[in-house]
Write a new protein. Structure first.
Length: 523
């Protein structure tokens, strides 16, 4: 075994723009030791430090030389992996080619005309260059960058397009990594396929030293192929090319298919119901002290028209038409603003409307196989319900749940202990000869369409729900989880909305770690 290049016994990592720590959580779970995290926001650094006490923390702006907290990224310690969720806000285009033609950063260029043209958002995008500067100085063996997929359009403005670049700067950026001796792959992933109740499309740029083997970065989620009538490891396949905006979304630009018959499949995903706190159904609209705005009432009515057969709906306050979600779908992408409301048609869920972190009470109904044979599992019209210990069909927007609200859990008869409850979108655990799996369910009294709009209940989604929907397990107020957070709702939502989904970071990090581990063993 050769002596390690860096002064750490484990594989070391840095998180350059750590935020609430989603990427840090992911790569730590994958087996990396995050030795340092930096962020310009002191509140986010404090939250990160409370949850990662062994990591060195810096309150530092790594991009803007004019900031009082500026710190040159080149002075940071060396590590095996550098991770960065680069800024992805307000990605409007600006003319940056002059800066790069002269070998300067956006903060080095002295050009009054250029300064008038460049936007704050383009300076945000310069955070991607911080990773490049770090790589040029320390040459980490691997690099992981997360951003919106629109990073691919970074460059000169396309004539007639206010927010679309031509990708020239993006291509320049990638070429610099190649010149430094890196190979790379861009991976497009949606968080809802990683156990997170949020549909969040993001791009992940993975770079590795050209001397290393290529990591396995093909996403092969489990899915049910109705044509082959079996569970398969699906394959990601393109439906279209990448548009000029750089936008890549699941369902539009790519989909998943069966590797055998090439039939489109939908991988198992997590519904927003897993994140909702059903102990609080909100206030009846007709009883509110302050009436809802006319625009909000119009959105509620639109949601009732689209999803009237459901007992609840998630309604983004600033979204475009057609973005409402029912609870059996993942919630829409969460941003830095608290902009999602929940509308309920029900008054309760027959005694089990509990907080999402609360255990279910002991229930009867241990005749599991009989219940399964009665087809109480959610099923799609004109398809066969799942039976026995098979994986359930994926719940999609077109499905009509046969069981309107349910969980399953396993009980050990000898000890009286229970596992944590699972939503019905989870596959069952091993079923034994003993009756150990119970179903807990409740039907709603009325649907959205059946109730008058003033009788519906309305509330904003709470920060702890947004946290769960972003892949965190927050510990805040009456909601008890493992991740420590505090502060105003606005601050928490901003932290969660900008965070990298931990589970996706873990999936990528594990594949990167495998390559580094093999290199260490071979050496």
């Amino acid at each position: 075994m050769r002596q390690r290049r860096f002064r750490h016994d484990t594989l070391s990592a840095l998180d350059l723009f750590s935020g609430f720590g989603g990427l840090t959580q992911g790569i730590e779970r994958a087996g990396f030791d995050v030795i340092m995290a930096a962020n310009h926001n002191s509140y986010k650094v404090e939250v990160h430090e409370a949850n990662h006490p062994s990591t060195e923390h810096w309150i530092a702006d790594l991009a803007n030389r004019d900031s009082s907290d500026y710190h040159d990224v080149r002075d940071l310690p060396a590590a095996d992996l550098v991770a960065a969720g680069v800024s992805c806000v307000n990605h409007s285009g600006a003319n940056t080619m002059k800066a790069y033609a002269e070998g300067l950063t956006l903060f080095d260029l002295e050009d009054p005309d250029y300064d008038d043209r460049v936007t704050r958002s383009e300076r945000d995008r310069a955070t991607a260059n911080c990773v490049l500067h770090y790589a040029a100085t320390h040459h980490p063996r691997m690099i992981l960058i997360e951003c919106t997929t629109q990073l691919q359009s970074w460059g000169n403005l396309v004539p007639g397009k206010r927010k679309v670049g031509d990708g020239s700067t993006y291509r320049w950026w990638l070429k610099q990594f190649k010149n430094l001796g890196y190979k790379h792959k861009v991976v497009f992933l949606n968080s809802m396929f990683f156990g997170v109740g949020q549909s969040r499309d993001r791009g992940y740029w993975i770079f590795w030293d050209e001397k290393l083997e290529t990591p396995d970065l093909e996403h092969r989620p489990i899915a049910w192929c109705s044509f082959c009538d079996t569970v398969v490891e699906s394959r990601q396949m393109w439906k279209t090319g990448i548009p000029p905006t750089g936008t890549v979304c699941y369902g539009k630009q790519y989909e998943y298919r069966c590797p055998s018959c090439r039939f489109p499949v939908v991988p198992q995903f997590t519904p927003s119901l897993a994140a909702l706190d059903l102990s609080n159904l909100g206030t009846r609209i007709g009883d509110r002290d302050k009436p809802l705005a006319l625009s909000t009432m119009a959105r509620i009515e639109r949601a009732r028209q689209r999803l009237g057969e459901f007992p609840a709906v998630l309604m983004p306050a600033k979204a475009t038409r057609g973005s409402e979600r029912h609870p059996w779908q993942p919630m829409s992408t969460q941003t830095s603003q608290q902009e999602t409301a929940v509308v309920f048609a029900v008054d309760n869920f027959q005694g089990i409307a509990r907080g999402a972190g609360d255990p279910l009470p002991t229930q009867g109904g241990s005749e599991t196989m009989a219940l399964l044979s009665s087809a109480v599992i959610p099923f799609r019209k004109n398809t066969t319900p799942t039976m026995h210990a098979e994986a359930m069909p994926t719940v999609t927007a077109e499905q009509v749940p046969g069981l309107l609200f349910a969980s399953w859990y396993k009980q050990n008869g000898s000890t009286g202990t229970e596992t944590a409850p699972h939503p019905l979108t989870d596959p069952f655990g091993a079923l034994t000869s003993r009756d150990t799996t119970a179903l807990v369910f409740a039907e709603w009294q009325q649907t959205l369409a059946e109730r008058r709009i003033e009788d519906l209940k309305f509330r904003m989604m709470g920060p702890h729900e947004i946290g769960r929907g972003s892949g965190f397990d927050p510990d805040f107020g009456d909601y008890h989880g493992t991740y420590i957070v505090w502060g105003s709702a606005r601050d928490q939502v901003d932290g969660y909305g900008n965070a990298v989904t931990p589970a996706v970071g873990e999936w990528i990090g594990a594949r990167m770690r495998t390559v580094l581990h093999r290199e260490e063993v071979a050496a």
